[in-house]
Design a protein around this ligand. Structure first.
Ligand SMILES: Nc1nc2c(ncn2[C@@H]2O[C@H](COP(=O)(O)OP(=O)(O)O)[C@@H](O)[C@H]2O)c(=O)[nH]1
Ligand SMILES: [Mg+2]
Length: 288
């Protein structure tokens, strides 16, 4: 059994400052499989340690309500349960939250991301069985681009979950013209038209696989996860420290973001005065 070194961190603290490992942030609609995907990435499921999905490293939902209430980051030293280089995965609450907490969730997500400071890969998740760009996801992408700048899309990739690799599923997809190639063409066109993003990478994942599943299916999953890992390790890090503009149709969200922006400015001013204080202390001690 693969060994794992996972450390759950409280993202409201400063645990991540100065970190240099790749950071993967997972976003998308409630129920698309974000938490399950995080478990796939860390290998929580492959190990089969937690039969109860609500008790996995990233608790998954067994119904339509979201199990993920807070943006939550986990650092570890494994991909797919195999020991390797350090990385951090950020799971986020879903959009279209069944309890109507989208505005709160997005504000909290942006707050956490500005604290963490940088992200390598933003994985935008879709349910591969019925992928669609929901209004909530569209709004969220626009909010992210509005807050962090459209450069955020350079670090984005589309991940399609519920993508079974067994022969029957593959045959069915071929018949219904919903193969990997079809989805890729469709979504790359959509992202190009909507957000001017060229050739966004598209990945296909089956989160339900277990380590006693078919070898070819596990290999297909490994290949796809390998692409994400390579992307996160090689792409220029995206810095999300600065909230740029706060233009959104949600009044409450705008309020929260404006508060966040003021906090950032106050933090920057405090840091600047601390720097000038220490400079003047140093120069007066040199004179003495
Ligand atoms: N068969 C299958 N089930 C999945 C897959 N991804 C997620 N699920 C299941 O879908 C449900 C919702 O997943 P969850 O990760 O909680 O969704 P979230 O709200 O986006 O975090 C859970 O019961 C998962 O076990 C997948 O790729 N294949
Ligand atoms: Mg979740």
């Amino acid at each position: 059994m693969a060994s794992r070194v996972i450390q759950r961190n409280n993202v409201s603290g400063r645990a991540f400052c100065g970190r240099s490992d790749p950071v993967v942030c997972v976003i998308g609609h409630t129920g698309v499989g974000k938490s399950a995907f995080c478990n796939t990435l860390v290998g929580s499921k492959i190990e089969g340690q937690e039969e109860d999905i609500t008790k996995r490293e990233f608790p998954e939902s067994s119904g339509i309500t979201s199990m993920t209430n807070d943006t939550c980051a986990v650092s570890g030293k494994c991909w797919l349960g195999k020991k390797g280089d350090e990385f951090t995965i950020i799971d986020t609450p879903g959009l279209g939250d069944s309890r109507g907490k989208d505005v709160h969730n997005i504000t909290q997500m942006l707050r956490t991301l500005t604290k963490i400071g940088s992200v390598n890969a933003f994985c935008i998740l879709f349910n591969g069985g019925m992928p669609r760009m929901s209004d909530q996801l569209r709004d969220m992408l626009e909010i992210f681009a509005g807050c962090f700048g459209s450069g955020f899309f350079n670090n984005a990739m589309c991940v399609f979950t519920h993508w079974a690799y067994d022969k029957k599923s593959k045959r069915k997809r071929k018949k219904t013209q919903s193969t990997e190639k079809d989805r890729r063409t469709e979504f790359q066109k959509l992202f190009l038209e909507k957000y001017n993003v060229k050739a966004i990478p598209c990945i296909f994942i089956d989160n339900s696989l277990d380590d006693d599943d078919d070898v070819d299916e596990l290999r297909a999953l490994e290949d796809q996860v390998g692409i994400i890992k390579h992307f996160a390790e090689t792409i220029d890090t995206f810095e999300c420290q600065d909230i740029l503009a706060v233009k959104t149709k949600y009044a409450k969200l705008r309020e929260g973001l404006e508060k966040l922006k003021r906090e950032q400015q106050a933090e920057r001013q405090a840091a600047q005065s601390a720097r000038s204080r220490s400079r003047s202390n140093a120069s007066s001690s040199r004179k003495r």
